[in-house]
Design a protein around this ligand. Structure first.
Ligand code: CP
Length: 306
């Protein structure tokens, strides 16, 4: 496989292979030296057209831990600001002979389009409301490390599913590995026909969280709402924000997850985000490991350096 554009199209065994490879990366990252040199001489370019803290930082650290030369393209200071198109920007970077491009873009499908034009591997670091495959992989790795498996776990994905590429990628991955997936949201924050993705739909947190093994909260993405439905924060928190009372419906050892960035007091109470069931910081650590696994799998598959 040359690119990672989404969870869609990955076979269950390919997902498991990446998670197993990421376990090795966790071990490397916890060593004092934290590094190997399997990608010495390889070049990775991070091209982020949308804001990011976790994904961009962890892709950079991941590439460096594998010994690659990593360049962060500063889109804000680039010729994109002078009107250069996505494809011309990509072709320009391609001419510098990178081995892998990591791309985030606000338009769904933009990363797949770019992948058709360049000679190197491409990883989708989030495209619009479409997919965020490495987020789903790091979430699965975090769950598997705590629960020992994904199969037959009940996972409740709660909140702004409509605007969430994280939710889409997680639904695809969790279903591929045999979890029972629920979504919990007001109907205005659910895409129509979401049931066709193989999820059970709930509109009350108490019902959707009942007996859940994992509670995955989503950020309320008000920047994508364009005034169509902007709930009042107080009302949203009252009905859909995760607090101690709502969490009691889930299993006592349920994991609390959030991909970040969090809106504390909007979709999740601060004491729950920092509480004993929260694995939110561990998700960030697993993000580096999963990205090491993905970069290594794609670049080593390409054979000798260009
Ligand atoms: N979860 C996630 O994608 O976070 P960033 O937007 O900070 O990369």
């Amino acid at each position: 496989r040359r690119h990672l554009l989404g969870i869609n199209g990955l076979a269950p065994q390919e997902i498991v292979d990446l998670l197993d490879r990421a376990e090795t990366a966790v071990a490397i990252s916890r060593r004092p030296d934290k590094k190997n040199s399997v990608l010495k001489g390889r070049t990775q370019i991070n091209l982020f057209f949308e804001a990011s803290t976790r994904t961009q930082a962890s892709f950079e650290i991941a590439g460096k831990r594998l010994g690659a030369d990593v360049m962060n393209m500063s889109v804000a200071n680039s010729s994109v600001k002078k009107g250069e198109t996505l494809i011309d920007t990509a072709m320009t970077l391609n001419a510098m002979q990178p081995d892998i491009l990591i791309v985030r873009h606000h338009a769904a499908g933009a990363v797949a389009l770019l992948a058709q034009k360049v000679a190197c591997s491409v990883v989708n670091a989030g495209d619009g409301q479409h997919e965020h495959p490495t987020q789903a992989l790091l979430d699965a790795l975090t769950i598997r490390r705590h629960k020992g498996k994904i199969e037959r776990l009940t996972v409740a994905i709660c909140g702004d599913v409509l605007h969430s590429r994280v939710a889409r990628s997680n639904i695809l991955l969790l279903n591929a590995l045999g979890a029972r997936v629920r979504v919990v949201a007001p109907s205005t924050l659910l895409p129509s026909g979401i049931e066709k993705m193989g999820v059970e739909v709930f509109h009350r947190m108490e019902d959707g969280l009942a007996g859940a093994d994992v509670v995955m909260m989503l950020r309320l993405q008000r920047e994508r709402m364009e005034g169509a439905f902007v709930p009042s924060v107080r009302e949203y928190f009252r009905y859909f924000g995760l607090d101690g009372e709502k969490l009691r419906a889930a299993k006592p050892d349920a994991l609390v997850m959030h991909p970040g960035p969090m809106n504390r007091g909007v979709e999740i109470a601060s004491d729950i985000a920092d509480g004993p069931q929260s694995v939110i910081e561990e998700q960030v650590e697993m993000g580096v490991a999963v990205r090491m696994a993905v970069i290594e799998a794609l670049v080593s598959h390409n054979g000798e350096p260009r």
